[in-house]
Every structure is written in structure tokens, then in C-alpha cells.
Design a protein around this ligand. Structure first.
Ligand code: NAD
Ligand code: WQD
Length: 338
């Protein structure tokens, strides 16, 4: 029996594949490489097994997913495959709905066709929009504030609807802000083009690829005026997926779970911590707020501890040190691996 990891060549998928392998599971990666590369697959193989199967396919192609399920005797699925850029989703909403909802339908249809019932789905804290109060719990109101977030809410709803009338059991994992990298420095976040997320941008400034970091706003109603997020180490997130698969054997239906640390850091606190970890100043400039940004959000991780027996353990400094190691070893990402 094995676990199918769609989007398995991406940032979170690669790290989760390594941890799943360490947990004793047989892992099959499926990815269309639309935002990743064969080098990422090879890096996973070097950390796991040279024979780790990789299927290059669109997750929306239910026949291709079905063939992978049959060929590798798949009995559980983690569905990471999606487009994830908020700004791009505003420019190309149809592409986002088509890919993110279409791939989820393709995966679920293939699972139902072949009697596979356990699914972990990548959702996001973006489903909470601008929260009324922090920390957010799984019962906090959800709202879409951009097309990307809307695709996550649509997928959550369609999975709940299907789980209600079928054997499908689903964990909707709502990730907060994943950063960091595998401690080996062999895999990490590999954004194409100029990064939009804080830590990848900051690391590219530190490594000399970009001139300076723009801090988007210092006039928020927070202690230092910059916005607050719940950054979580990607290895903690990967552990959370193993715990979610284990918990699915005991839970039926469709359950949403926050994967965050429960602690928020401001942009300026992240910059200060990164400066310490890297040991050199990071050129920054405070500019205006970025449109659509929320002021502050962090998770209440209580339910994850209860239902998954999981809690994030890695510190912000560990996230930044591991991200920095990856960035130094691979200044231009996985293509340095050749
Ligand atoms: P990523 O872009 O690094 O990985 C996604 C992978 O999916 C890529 O390798 C891409 O090539 C692949 N892919 C996209 N569409 C596909 C399709 N139709 N068929 C097959 N493969 C396809 O992104 P990530 O950061 O690893 O995110 C993984 C999941 O987690 C996504 O669903 C994302 O929305 C969600 N998420 C990410 C974050 C974050 O900040 N990184 C936060 C919350 C949720
Ligand atoms: C973090 C903070 C920025 C870049 C996004 C998605 C969300 C989820 C996680 C997928 C904010 C500030 C950033 C920069 C800055 N992804 N910042 N200068 O916006 O919290 O969440 O990724 O599901 O859906 O919206 O993450 O890393 O972009 O920003 O000052 O160059 O850093 O304003 O306060 P965000 P982020």
C-alpha cells in the first residue's frame, strides 16, 4: 500500500514526501511540474530512495490519477497540487478555479472510482480572510478575499459535500505561513520569478539576488506597526501530514484543522531574527501597505493537538536558519543541483 502525493515536486510536497518515507510509508509523487522541476524530484529521491516513483501528470486527469492508484496500490492521498499565488489569482481567476477545483475533482473522482477513501487536502489560513479576532479557531468565520482563497473554500465545501454521501474521509489542513527547509539544505522553497512571500524574498536579498526588502506597512495596529503572521516550519507541517493520515484511520467525514504554531511574529521581528541568523544586515525599506493584506492572524492550534496529537515544535530561528542553509547551497533554487 502507498500514499499518493499530488504536487509532490513542490515546496511542501517534497518535504512531506521525505517525512512520509521516514514514517515507513511507500510514497508515489504525482506532479505536472507547472511550478517545480525534475531536479526537485531527484532531490527527494536522494533523501529517500532512488526508486521512489514519480508520475508526471495533471491531477485533473482522473484517468492518469486512476492509473497511478492502480499501479502503485495507493490507499491514501495527499492533494497538494494547486496554483498558490494570490496576486496571480486576481489576474487569472479562471486559471485558478480551473486548476485548483479541477484537480481536486480529478483526484476525488479517481479515488472514488478505485475505492480509496482517505484524503488529506491542502487548505490555507487564507480562508479566514481578515479575522474578527485572533487566534483563529476552526470555527472562526470563513470568507474569500481573493480568487485563490475562493478556490480553497470551494474545494473545502465540495469535499465536505462528497464526504457526507460517500466513504470518503477528509482532513482539510489549513496551513498558516510555511517557511524553512529540510535541515540537509537539499530541498527547499524554489519560487519561479521574483518571490512574493516574505521569507523567500528576504533570503534572496540576503544572498544578493535582490537589492532590498520592502516592508509593506508600519502603520498597522500592532506593537511595532508591521503585520503579524504565524510562520510555521515546513518540517513541522510535514509531520502534521503524517499525523493527519494516521488520524484519518479513526475519523470519518470531513474535518478542518489549523496547522500553525499559535504564535505570531511581525514582519520587523522576522527581519530582526533573520539578521541575527544570517549574521549580516538585510537592506530594508518601509513602504506602503500591500493591497489585500490582513493586519494580523495566527492560529489556535488546540484542535490539531487534540485530533492529530501534533504540535509544531521548531522555533522561528530554526525556520530561518534552515531556509538560509537551503538558500546558500542553492542560490538559484533546484537548478543548481545539476
Ligand atoms: P508549490 O507550487 O511549491 O507546489 C505545488 C505543486 O503542485 C507544484 O509542484 C506544481 O507543479 C504542482 N501542480 C500544480 N497544479 C497541478 C496539477 N493540476 N497537477 C499536478 N501538479 C500540479 O506550492 P506549495 O507551497 O508546496 O503548496 C502546496 C499546497 O499547499 C497548495 O495547494 C497550496 O495552495 C497550499 N498552501 C500553500 C501555502 C504556502 O504558503 N506555501 C500556504 C497554505 C496552503
Ligand atoms: C507575510 C507578511 C506582508 C513580502 C500568503 C497567502 C496565504 C498563504 C500564505 C497560501 C505580510 C509582508 C511580504 C514582502 C513584506 N498562502 N511582506 N514584504 O500574505 O501572509 O500569506 O502566503 O495559501 O494565502 O496570502 O504571506 O509571506 O506574502 O507575507 O513586508 O516583500 O510579510 O505584507 O504582512 P501572506 P507573505
Amino acid at each position: 500500500m502507498s500514499v499518493l502525493v499530488t504536487g509532490g515536486a513542490g515546496f511542501i510536497g517534497t518535504h512531506t514526501a521525505v517525512v512520509l518515507h521516514e514514517s515507513g510509508r511507500d510514497v508515489v509523487l504525482l506532479d505536472d511540474l507547472s511550478n517545480s522541476s525534475n531536479e526537485a524530484v531527484n532531490a527527494v529521491r536522494s533523501l529517500t530512495s532512488p526508486d521512489l516513483p514519480f508520475v508526471e501528470a495533471d491531477a485533473a486527469d482522473q484517468a492518469a490519477v486512476g492509473r497511478a492508484i492502480v499501479e502503485y496500490d495507493v490507499d491514501e492521498v495527499i492533494h497538494f497540487a494547486a496554483y498558490k499565488s494570490v496576486s496571480e489569482s486576481v489576474e487569472k481567476p479562471l486559471a485558478y478555479y480551473s486548476n485548483n477545483v479541477g484537480s481536486t475533482i480529478g483526484v476525488v473522482q479517481a479515488m472514488i472510482d478505485h475505492g480509496v477513501s482517505r484524503l488529506v487536502f491542502s487548505s490555507s489560513c487564507t480562508v479566514y480572510g481578515e479575522p474578527d479576532e485572533v487566534p483563529v479557531t476552526e470555527t472562526s468565520p470563513t470568507r474569500a478575499v481573493n480568487p485563490y482563497g475562493a478556490t480553497k473554500l470551494v474545494c473545502e465545501q465540495l469535499l465536505a459535500d462528497i464526504a457526507a454521501v460517500s466513504a470518503l474521509d477528509v482532513m482539510l489542513l489549513r496551513y498558516f505561513n510555511p517557511v524553512g527547509a529540510h535541515p540537509s539544505g537539499d530541498i527547499g522553497e524554489d519560487p519561479s520569478g521574483v518571490p512574493t512571500n516574505l521569507v523567500p524574498f528576504l533570503m534572496q536579498v540576503a544572498v544578493g539576488r535582490l537589492d532590498r526588502l520592502n516592508v509593506f506597512g508600519d502603520d498597522y495596529n500592532t506593537p511595532d506597526g508591521s503585520a503579524i503572521r504565524d510562520y510555521i516550519h515546513v518540517m513541522d507541517l510535514a509531520d502534521g501530514h503524517v499525523a493527519a493520515l494516521d488520524a484519518l484511520t479513526a475519523n470519518t467525514g470531513c474535518v478542518a484543522v489549523n496547522l500553525g504554531t499559535g504564535k505570531g511574529y511581525s514582519v520587523l521581528e522576522v527581519v530582526a531574527a533573520a539578521t541575527e541568523v544570517i549574521g549580516a544586515p538585510i537592506p530594508t525599506e518601509v513602504v506602503g501597505r500591500r493591497a489585500g493584506d490582513v493586519e494580523q492572524i495566527w492560529a489556535d492550534p488546540t484542535y490539531a493537538a487534540e485530533i492529530l496529537g501534533w504540535r509544531a515544535t521548531r522555533s522561528l530561528n530554526e525556520m530561518l536558519a534552515d531556509h538560509w542553509r537551503w538558500q546558500q547551497q542553492h542560490p538559484t533554487g533546484h537548478k543548481d543541483s545539476n
